[in-house]
Design a protein around this ligand. Structure first.
Ligand SMILES: [Zn+2]
Length: 246
């Protein structure tokens, strides 16, 4: 997987996971109206016109992935990931951070959960599905830890702010989830064995294949940004990074 330097933004590198998932984030007013249009953000949004971009900052220490937009209609974490990227841009990092702010720009553009009628969090185990391409990237880059950030509405699953993890076969998932839960106050949900409830979640597939991963959820209505949800998601992301000594 080759990353290209980004001319206008020093120390940022990027590549694409897929070109089939391209979309105009600006067409989704529910998120676009909330986005601070820095020059860096404009560049990120422009990249989404061509596919699912992956960005890299830093060049040492652990390799971490901050992932959002696996469900295109879960907007708070996608907004938070943009904010996180802007806050970390230009800073000296002691770890290597990869960012996928919009896993499926097309789904975000359409403000819908699925990508071409496929739920990306039920299909990461299916070879060459869009989320499986993200898994392939994670393995090729030898990423050490994955944080997958979502939002959940009342009366959906789980319906409250939470951190999902599992104890087997990758116990670091559980340790990391405990840390985030303790520091942010999100409820912890842990399974004994990854993927035992249903198949194909990005977090589970990572854990089953030996890359520790957690799924973080904040409470917000689907397809919009509930009050305080962006801030909570950003807090979860920062806690995930702080676990590694940021
Ligand atoms: Zn979700």
């Amino acid at each position: 997987m080759d990353f290209d330097r980004v001319d206008d933004f020093e120390n940022v590198e990027m590549t694409y996971v897929s070109f089939l998932s391209r979309g105009y984030i600006s067409k989704n007013k529910h998120i676009f109206d909330r986005i601070k249009l820095t020059s860096f953000t404009k560049f990120i949004l422009k990249s989404c016109i061509y596919g699912t971009p992956v960005f890299k900052m830093g060049n040492s220490g652990k390799k971490l992935l901050v992932l959002s937009g696996i469900h295109g209609n879960e907007l708070p974490p996608q907004l938070a990931n943009l904010e996180l990227m802007n806050e970390l841009y230009g800073k000296k990092l002691n770890n290597t951070v990869y960012f996928i702010p919009f896993a499926s720009p097309k789904s975000t553009m359409n403000n819908e959960r699925s990508f071409n009628d496929v739920d990306l969090n039920r299909s990461a185990h299916i070879t060459n599905s869009l989320s499986n391409k993200i898994i392939q990237l994670i393995e090729e880059l030898k990423i050490d830890f994955v944080g997958d950030f979502h939002s959940t509405a009342y009366n959906s699953n789980p319906g409250f702010e939470a951190v999902f993890s599992s104890k087997n076969p990758t116990p670091e998932s559980f340790l990391m989830a405990n840390y985030v839960s303790d520091s942010v106050g999100s409820e912890i949900i842990t399974y004994d064995i990854a993927g035992s409830l249903y198949r194909g979640a990005v977090e589970d597939v990572c854990n089953l294949r030996g890359t520790p991963a957690i799924t973080c959820e904040v409470l917000s209505p689907f397809a919009s940004i509930g009050k305080g949800s962006f801030e909570r998601s950003l807090k979860q992301m920062k806690s995930f990074l702080t676990y590694f000594g940021f």
